[in-house]
Design a protein around this ligand. Structure first.
Ligand code: NAD
Length: 359
């Protein structure tokens, strides 16, 4: 059956990097028989300029009707002084909420060819391949009550609420265990069960959920130790699963182990593995329109789409092998360039990947 992909380039470099990812999808469609239809939509600042809202009804309808969404990035200087309700970022948050994307998958993979780009010693990070599974629609970022109140003595007090229902924990646990089954079958659940009752329950539910996965080796780690272990010996991890806030912090830390923001893809999935796929970086207005952006994070997001939503792992491998080949050949955009390599622009990198896929 033909799968529908909503293409939402967004703002800044989003336009350029998504164009290269679309080239890759076209090759898979035209040369390798991937049955897809693509349709473009507006989101973020570009949508605000055209329609007065960062998430037009038409875009939401397109995203809801699609099997998967490919997003570039949103935001930029031009829209920074707009009221919060119509800022470009609202378009992205609206899509996540409306599509029920509760599971955020962020792989941190270090390509051996780029080991010297990390701030950590090459022997600590080379071969790194971690998958962080972050709960995305619950926890302290959404818990009620929240706010800033004035106490009787006139002092202000800020408060937020960390809440998780068992069902929210078990569904993110299931996502992590299913992913680990396709990897090295090890899951580390990160919590603060020694201090927070909510995550004490998180741990209990994880243990219960793991019973359905006898092959999985489940371990638990307090978040303070996990952050230390991520920079001390990151290769000990296979899949990490954690709450919204802990995942927010740990996934940025893990991303930086690889040293290159332009290389990292991500996926946000709903209960039926429908997903929105996007690079982890933003719209990089400082380099937008200059053919300088690295499109590989977006191209690798397409590989994740093929693996997690379109159920075409062999096509995902074709993309990943092509990226590896291009890096082996020393082709680099400016952000990952080192002496002796061939520097190319955004389109040049996309063309190199396409050529490697066809080779
Ligand atoms: P950014 O990720 O856009 O850029 C940070 C730095 O990394 C910049 O120097 C940029 O040039 C560089 N960079 C980013 N992607 C790159 C790529 N593919 N190739 C080469 N270099 C790259 O973060 P920022 O500057 O803090 O934010 C810029 C705008 O993006 C803001 O409006 C912000 O709100 C928005 N933003 C959007 C998202 C998203 O859409 N998911 C995420 C983060 C930030």
């Amino acid at each position: 059956m033909t799968k529908k992909i909503a293409i939402l380039p967004g703002d800044g470099i989003g336009q350029e990097i998504v164009a290269e990812a679309v080239k890759v999808l076209e090759v898979l469609r035209d040369d390798f028989g991937l049955s897809i239809e693509m349709e473009d939509g507006l989101v973020g600042g570009a949508a605000y300029d055209a329609t007065g809202t960062p998430l037009p009804e038409a875009t939401l309808a397109l995203a809801k009707a699609a099997d998967a969404v490919l997003l570039g990035a949103v935001g930029g200087y031009k829209w920074e002084s707009l009221p919060i309700a119509v800022r470009p970022e609202k378009g992205l948050l609206g899509l996540r909420a409306e599509l029920g994307l509760f599971a955020n998958l962020r792989p941190a993979i270090l390509y051996p060819q780029l080991a010297s780009a990390s701030t950590l010693k090459p022997e600590v990070v080379s071969g790194l391949d971690i998958m962080i599974v972050r709960e995305l629609t619950g926890g302290i970022y959404f818990g009620q009550p929240r706010g800033i109140r004035v106490l009787e003595n006139g002092e202000r007090q800020g408060y937020n609420t960390l809440v998780y229902k068992e069902s929210e924990v078990s569904r993110i646990g299931k996502v992590a265990f299913d992913i680990a089954m396709k990897r090295n079958k090890r899951v580390c659940s990160v919590d603060k069960a020694n201090v927070l009752e909510c995550t004490e329950m998180w741990r209990e539910v994880m243990i219960e959920e793991a019973k359905a996965y006898p092959e999985i080796q489940l371990s638990h780690m307090y978040v303070d130790n996990a952050s230390m272990q991520l920079v001390r010996a990151p290769k000990q991890f296979d899949v990490m699963v954690t709450t919204n806030m802990f995942g927010d912090i740990l996934s940025d830390c893990a991303a930086m182990l690889t040293g290159s923001i332009g290389m990292l893809p991500s996926a946000s999935l709903d209960a039926n593995s429908k997903g929105m796929y996007e690079p982890i970086h933003g719209s990089a207005p400082d380099i937008a329109g200059k053919d300088l952006a690295n499109p590989l994070a977006t191209i690798l997001s397409v590989a994740m789409m093929l693996r997690y939503t379109l159920d075409a792992p062999e096509m995902a491998e074709r993309i990943e092998a092509a990226v590896n080949k291009v890096l082996d050949e020393g082709v680099r955009t400016g952000d990952i360039w080192t002496e002796g390599c061939t520097k190319v622009g955004t389109a040049g990198m996309g063309d190199a990947v396409v050529a490697a896929m066809r080779a």
